[in-house]
Design a protein around this ligand. Structure first.
Ligand code: DAH
Length: 340
């Protein structure tokens, strides 16, 4: 018995704890119900009566020593200075942040602005909530005009004279009302139409309007400007073709096709075998529109054009569903990382 007490005393004195868990293991090993010390107390019953006093004392001392040792080690751990969890370690390398990319529509709008600014076009802006005059009437489209049916309009319920603009042509009117020629500007912006959303139509999309008013502006100027744009946008080999069309605010009016950028005019499923794809509407500004905007239609002529940014972007990057532009799915957007 005495030997066992000495052995355990040595073990307790020699013990050092490497962690709080280690200390707890030690406490269990010594003091728990099945611990070594408890075992010795059990064995105490077997000690001869004449030795009991002495052994009892030794056992109690051993118990106190064990308890003191454990308490003391526990305290050391508790007093240990823990690193402040809120303290920032400025020497750590920074966490990498995913780099975003520009939206394909912003990219293409930027490219369009860039191309036209090189030949002297400024950029102008107008309101998206527009009055009837700027969106329709000044553009030669009075209330009873059948051409209003060309565009399904969102009206503002509180004021039937206000609409969500259906076309950026409305900005033409603001510009002409507010300045004197020469005017050479493009107006990119969002437009709205009451259309069911599908792969080919959306209730909101983007257009760029172009307007050039000066003395002696001709259809040849329009054609050359659009040829320059098409080549810059889709490549030097691009051809254009103008087809007669109708818009209320231009006379004469045309729609413009470019040679299909995918098959170079040979015919593919993008151009449905035609070799050509339509990209914009254009024409000479109707003198009635110039007069509506207080510009002397005898002195000045001008051309205008309007194109959909989504359409140009779809053709440029082979995107086949309009809805992708508005879903903000990063798997789609990140494909434009490398495009400047
Ligand atoms: N505003 C027309 C549309 O939304 C596009 C357009 C056609 C604009 C001919 C023009 C133009 O300036 O001359 O369909």
């Amino acid at each position: 018995m005495k030997n066992k007490i000495d052995e355990l005393l040595n073990e307790i004195e020699a013990f050092t704890a490497s962690s709080q868990e280690h200390l707890e293991e030690f406490r269990i090993k010594i003091l728990s119900k099945k611990g070594k010390l408890t075992q010795l107390f059990d064995d105490f019953k077997l000690v001869a009566p004449e030795l009991r006093k002495e052994v009892g004392q030794q056992l109690n001392e051993l118990k106190n020593k064990a308890q003191d040792k454990i308490n003391q080690l526990k305290e050391t751990f508790e007093n240990e200075v823990k690193p402040d969890e809120n303290q920032i370690d400025l020497t750590l390398p920074a966490e990498g942040l995913g780099i975003g990319s520009r939206h394909p529509l912003s990219l293409v709008r930027g490219q369009i602005v860039d191309i036209f600014s090189r030949i002297g076009f400024t950029v102008s802006d107008g309101p998206e909530i527009e009055d009837d005059w700027h969106n329709f009437t000044a553009l030669n489209t009075p209330h009873d005009h059948p051409a209003r049916d060309m565009q399904d309009t969102f009206y503002i319920s509180e004021n039937p004279d206000m609409v969500l603009r259906t076309q950026t042509s409305s900005v033409q009117v603001h510009i002409m009302e507010g300045s004197t020629p020469p005017i050479r500007t493009i107006s990119p912006g969002r437009v709205y139409r009451n259309e069911a959303v599908s792969a080919r139509a959306h209730c909101q999309f983007h257009q760029v309007e172009g307007l050039y008013i000066d003395k002696k502006v001709s259809f040849a100027d329009l054609k050359q400007t659009l040829l320059y744009f098409s080549k810059e946008m889709f490549g030097e080999e691009t051809k254009i073709r103008l087809r007669p069309s109708y818009f209320p605010f231009t006379e004469i009016s045309a729609e413009m096709d470019i040679s299909c950028p995918f098959c170079k005019g040979k015919g593919c499923n993008i151009c449905k075998g035609a070799g050509w794809v339509e990209i914009l509407g254009c024409g000479m500004v109707d003198p009635a529109v110039l007069d509506n905007c207080k510009i002397d239609s005898v002195k000045y002529t001008g051309f205008a054009f309007g194109m959909g940014i989504e359409r140009i972007t779809m053709l440029k990057y082979q995107i086949d569903d309009l809805r992708l532009f508005f879903e903000n799915d990063v798997r789609f957007l990140k494909q434009f990382h490398s495009v400047i």
